[in-house]
Design a protein around this ligand. Structure first.
Ligand SMILES: [Zn+2]
Length: 287
């Protein structure tokens, strides 16, 4: 994991040096892809979280904190997901570095920070980011406006595609059991029911109790749930333990929850990632 992280950071730095324009620093790699699609060649984009990073527990290096302090614009998810970097974000914002927070531009579900799991929830924030990026010094605002419109349209297409993919799941099987409570927005949009989570919390920085797992296993058995959805950013051992506790043929399927997939994989972009998750969910829950 460390090797991958170092490689990913190295690649980002190399790409940054060859780019021009204002310097945009983005926290999560999911938002990093979105920001790159919107700004195109009009800004240099540095993404702080490498592939596989869990945004709840990722902490900045001193060098990354310095990059944030020198940015022309810092882009965050917000709503508390950047738990271990929030103090640095607050400090650079206090020092006058502009910060654009995606969560400030969406309709929130309570305090759930996982806004990217539903492309339509995210779409207004993408448009707001495009408007903000177009005001950066030295950019071609018209070009960014065009790129923003194109990308926002691709999110609407993604929604239609996901809807079509998930239509294959019968009503009585539209149930999600996940590793932590990450798919609230996705479930609400696509008519799925979140039955429970191995870690019954909106953060991965919480504990699963043996008693809770036993109760969840019983519910999974009673309702003949076909799959437990683990996540690529966390070990699958808790989900495997739950599957063992269920004791039937329940599958453990890893989804791309809080990080993009590797370059060249179907989940290497945000749009690809959401579709890949829909394909995996339909594959696991479909009749
Ligand atoms: Zn989370």
């Amino acid at each position: 994991v460390l090797g991958l992280a170092v490689t990913a950071c190295g690649n980002d730095s190399a790409a940054d040096r060859s780019s021009t324009g204002p310097n945009v620093v983005v926290t999560t790699n999911i938002l990093g892809d979105i920001v790159r699609q919107v700004v195109g060649d009009q800004a240099s984009v540095q993404v702080l979280m490498p592939l596989g990073a869990d945004p709840h527990d990722f902490a900045l290096s001193a060098k990354q904190a310095d990059a944030m302090a020198k940015a022309d614009l810092v882009v965050t998810n917000g709503a508390g997901i950047e738990e271990k970097m929030q103090s640095v974000i607050d400090r650079v914002a206090g020092d006058g570095v502009p910060v654009f927070t995606f969560a400030d531009h969406v309709t929130m579900r309570g305090e759930d920070p996982h806004i990217w799991t539903d492309p339509l929830t995210l779409e207004p924030a993408v448009r707001a980011f495009g408007e903000r990026a177009a005001t950066l010094a030295g950019v071609d605002a018209a070009k960014i406006a065009t790129q923003t419109a194109t990308y926002a349209a691709s999110l609407k297409q993604l929604d239609q595609s996901v809807r079509g993919t998930l239509a294959a799941i019968p009503a009585d099987r539209r149930v999600l059991v996940t590793n932590h409570e990450v798919f609230g927005y996705f479930a609400a949009r696509y008519d799925l029911r979140v039955l429970g989570a191995v870690i019954p919390s909106l953060t991965t920085d919480a504990q699963a109790s043996a008693k809770d797992l036993e109760a969840l296993a019983a519910t999974i058995r009673d309702q003949h749930v076909a799959a437990i959805f683990a996540e690529t950013t966390k070990p699958t051992k808790l989900a495997e333990a739950l599957a063992k506790e269920v004791g039937s043929s329940v599958q453990v399927v890893e989804l791309y929850t809080e990080s993009l997939g590797k370059p060249g994989s179907s989940a290497a972009t945000y749009v690809g990632m959401v579709q890949a998750n829909a394909d995996l969910i339909a594959g696991a829950l479909g009749a």
